[in-house]
Every structure is written in structure tokens, then in C-alpha cells.
Design a protein around this ligand. Sequence first.
Ligand code: ADP
Ligand code: MG
Length: 697
Amino acid sequence: MNDPHSSLDQMPVTQLKGVGRGTAARLAKLSIFTVQDVLFHLPFRYQDRTRLTSIGSCTQGMEVVIEATIAASDIAMARRRSLLCILQDGTGSISMRFFHFSNVQKKNLASGARIRCFGEVRRGAAGLELYHPEYKVLQPGENIPLEQHLTAIYPTTTGVSQFRLRSMVEQALALMDQGQLLQDWLPQTIRYLEPLPNLIEAIHYVHTPSTDAPLDQLARGQHASQRRLAFEELLAHHLSLRRMRQQVQQQSAYSLAPVAKLTDAFIHSLPFELTAAQTRVCRDIGDDMGLAHPMLRLIQGDVGSGKTVVAAIAAVHAHENGLQTAIMAPTEILAEQHLLNFADWLAPLQISTGWLSGKVKGEKRRQQLSLIESGAAHVIIGTHALFQESVDFAKLGLIIIDEQHRFGVYQRLALREKATADGIRPHQLILTATPIPRTLAMSAYADLDCSIIDELPPGRRPVSTSVVPDDRREQVIARVRSACRAGRQAYWVCTMIDESEVLQCRAAEATAQQLTDALPELKIELIHSRVATNKKAAIMAAFKQGSIDLLVATTVIEVGVDVANASLMIIENPERLGLAQLHQLRGRVGRGSIDSHCLLMYHPPLSATGKQRLSVLRETTDGFKIAEEDLLIRGPGEILGTRQTGAMQFKVADLVRDSHMLSSVKAVSDQILASHPERVDAIVTRWLMRAEQFGTV
Ligand code: ADP
Ligand code: MG
């Protein structure tokens, strides 16, 4: 039936017994199209079905194989109707319960029948129980063999059972063993891999680990076979990003003339000198934009390091070359801040600003769209509304994305496709205030060039941070009073994670009311996402001018808000937020040359990890250190902002656990790109989702 010479990556999954067109369509949802895909569909955990457990030794939580006789079987009529069987094996008895069952099942599971079953022991109404165990009725004298290896449990989808997946894997492994081709694409001489099993051994092992396999090591993904596969998976992701980068380098972009009069005039018009780091990064950007292929540069800089002005310089540079710039921020409020700043900076140079967010509707929207389309708007600021189909730019030369981590790693790829009409791609600049640990940057941003603003403007004083329980609220309020009496301003941030937006806003409203009662002499305003856009802008402007003492807010002020006279930041329930986010919030103070304080007011009791996390903030104001800690405590998804989007998901690899592999991964990827570029595709498709490539089967 099978062509003995075909390689498994060419063999459609329908070649396997029991896989028809219907199943194939369901398997496509798991990104399984070929027999090779079956082999790379890796288990996420294992069960031990290699030995029988006596009923007498069952305890709650165990997954057990039991062989027993049904001592009694009846329909139980408790809250829900169920089929209840009492099993006995001479060492004790346990119940087996089915809420869904057929008449045939009921007949087969009659008193006196002997069965083999597998399930998790739970505590139920009738003592220890197995709910809906897998079972098989044994014929008199029948003796079926136990599993010879641990049982793999696979990620699955509706209509594809574990049993079916296991049978497919068995067949695929058999084909692999018969010598059908599963190509090992990695160079033979990778030092890291030398002590590890080869690809075929590793694939075999992870699907069918031997009875004596170290279950806990497997559970932690630390087995040598898993490490072998994790290495290749990291390599596949890395290569895929590198390949995208190569593709971008083959696209064309407007090549900008070097910075000239207008840009210089802008830099001189600033009320401060650029820091050495800012100057260096501006030079990187200028050099990139001089090339005829699109820039893809990530600017990392700690909060307050002055990324905005660097972006503005790039925008003026683009304008000087007759090109438009689009600046996209993740929130309306941050976009508005940018609009204010840019309009201030650019108007004197006769550079016009445009504005587009989801809230700009009707006639206003049509107006803005036509300014953008005619080229009358030079620098256009907005939210992701900027990148909708209906927006046509006259001559877009530069895209700037602020606070990129909010958009997710793979989302930026979509933006790249935003070509101008003549097929010329814009340059792209990405600003992020969440420093990305080096190891992570190497894998998640392998497609970007990276510049770091590693210097704060002179005169900044580090923010001192204290951690206080919320039963000291009175004292905290007193701190606010004295700071404001001294002519300073303060923020009070209410956090509510995973609650509805409405609830968040209500909580903030309640807090604002309470603070207004407690501090009648202060001018207090409230800002959150449901405050109308123009009211928000008015409040922010008033706070900036100093006519508001205390700004109560939800985390909407997290990014970008810039008021130098604000010197006190209260964050309620900081234990609910990630360190990087807290660091961002804290960065709203300490922007001038006055001493600033941040009070993290937690709700006791605080877990040990919670304490540890908050103390990191007390001890350091270095965003990179904080990011490293966040990575350890919360994992890469939090930092890269991909948890929501589900991107950057690995089958066996783990960016934190396997970070020691990354430099080796990079070296091997260099080697493959240089010597075996033809292998890149094979490695990438084996590991990355590719539903879109195949369409719907
Ligand atoms: P971030 O990097 O967090 O986005 P911003 O761009 O908002 O920081 O800059 C923070 C503040 O520092 C702004 O008020 C900005 O005008 C100011 N600033 C930027 N660069 C300098 C500099 N070289 N010297 C003094 N102040 C600066
Ligand atoms: Mg900023």
C-alpha cells in the first residue's frame, strides 16, 4: 500500500489505517497533515498503565489500572441518574460511575462481569470512585497484556480520541522503523547535541517511554530525548524569524537621504541635549533608513529614557524626504499623549499631524482619511485603527509602533504586509519600554535589529519604593496630603485584573470618592477608560499644568504619561500585576529632578512569591533586571505579551527552562543558513503551525 521509498513528510495522514477524509479534516485543526506531522505531534503528559493496582492500595488522585469483578451494578438516582458498579478484587472495593451510558453498556457491566479499567481515583458520594473510566469487559479466562510502555497523552480536538491518536502514532512509528524516511536535518557536529539521542531515538522515546522512565523528569521536559527535540524546535522558530528577516531584506523601501537642515533644526529646537545613547540610536535609525530595503529596528529603553523624541527625529527625517510617518500606540490615552507632544514639536516646523483612532467616526473620520490619502497629513498618530483596510496613505515611509509588547510578537508581522501602492514597504521602528532579557530577545526578536537606550537623561533621581499593607491606608493618605501640600502631584492607581472593565471603573470611582472625602483640600480627578475622550484629554492637560493635585486612575496611565512634577505614586494591590507593568507604572514618577516615591499597597496576606516579587521592585529600578525576574517568575508570555494571542507556543521547548540552549541554537542557525539554506524550510514546517499554508483540507 505504502510506497516504501517515500519520505514521511510527503505521506498524507490518510495513508494510516483508520484515517479517512473526515478524520483528516479534524486533524488539520491540530496542524497534522502528513505522517511526519503525527510523529511531531508530541504528548503533553504521560500515564502509567504498565501495571495493575490492587483496589486496596488505591488512594485519591492516583491514575490506576484495575482488574476486578463487578459485585453489584445498578442505576443510582441521586441528584443525577447514573450507572453505579461496585468493583472488588479481593483487596477491597471501589465504585465505578457513569453519568452517560447506553443500555448495551448497562448490560455488559452487569454483576459478575470481570473487567479491566483505567481511571483516576476520586472521592465521591460512595467513597473512592472512578468516573467514566476507560474499561474493557474480559471474557472468562481472557488475559490481555498490560501496556509495555508509558501511555502518551496528546493535545487533541473534538472528534479525535486519544485512542485514535495513539493508534496513528503507533503506525507512524512502525513506518519510521521500517526505514521510511524521517530526515535528521541538523548538522552532525553540534557539540550541544552530542550526548543526546538522535532524532529517531528521541521521537520514539517521547511517544513510548519505557516502563522504568523517570516520570518526573519527563513531566519537567528534562529528559534527554525531550532536550534533543526542544533544541530542534527552538532552532525551527529561530530559523523562521531569520527567514522572515531575509525576506524583508529583499523587499524595497524608500532610501532616505542623510539627515539635513530640517531634522537638525528640530534637534536644536529641543529644550534639552540628546543623551549620548539617544544620539547613537538616532544614528542607527538614520543609517537603516538610508538603505533601499525596509528597516526593522527595535528600540529598547527603560521607562523615561526618552524614546519618544528619538521617534520624532525619525519622523522629521522621513518628512524631510517627502514621506509620511504613521505612529501607532496601544491605547487611546497614550496615542493622545503622543499627539499633544508631536503637535507641539512639529507645528513650528510646518509639519502637520493627523489623528485616527477607533473613536474617530463619521465626518471627522472621512476628513482625516482624506488628509492621510492626499498627503496633507504628514505625521499620523493613532491606535491600531491606522492599519485598517480603509486607510490609504499617500506616501508612507515609516511606521513607528510604541510599546510594542502590547501588540504581541507575531502581530507585527501582519503590519509588515502593509505595503504602499507601488509595492514599496515602509521602514519600521518599534519602541518598547519593557526591556527584554537578552536570551529572550535572541529568540523572540531574531528578525529585528535592536538598539538600546541605556542611559537616562541627566538629573533623574531613582524612585524610592516601599511595600506597605493596605491596613496602613490612613498613613498612605497622609503621605499624599503632605506631598501635595509641598506643591507636588500624585497618582493613585487602582488595579483590578481579570474583572470587567465596568467593574474596574466602578472600583476606581469608589476610591476617588473616598479620597475626595478624606482629602477635601485637594483637587482630585478620576481617569479611566470609560471617561469620554475629550474629558480625558482635558484632565490630562490639567494634571500636566499642575491644576490637579491627585490623579486617581486605573492602569490606563500605565504607559507614556509624562508629568515631571508628579513625585508620588500609590499602587493598590500591586500583587495583581506583573513586575514589568509595575515598573512601567512607577516610571510615571521620577521624571523630573525631585525625589520621588512609590508605595506598593498590597492586600495581606501576601504569598512567599508575592513578597519576593515586590521586593525586587524595592531593590532595583533597573528595567532589565526586573524583566529577568519577571521572566523567571511569570514566564516569557507575560513579557512578550503573547499569552493572549497564543503565539510563540512551543511543543517541548520552554524559553526559560531551555535558555541555556539559545546561544547554541543561534550558532547552528547561522551554520544552516550559510551551508544548508535548502534545509530551512524542512525544519520550519516540521515544527511550526502551518494550517494557513495548506488551507482547509
Ligand atoms: P520613554 O522612553 O519612557 O517613552 P519619554 O520619551 O516619554 O520616555 O521621555 C521622558 C521625558 O524625558 C520627556 O519629558 C522627555 O521630553 C524628556 N527627555 C527626553 N530626552 C531627554 C534628554 N535628552 N534630556 C532631558 N530630558 C529628556
Ligand atoms: Mg514612551
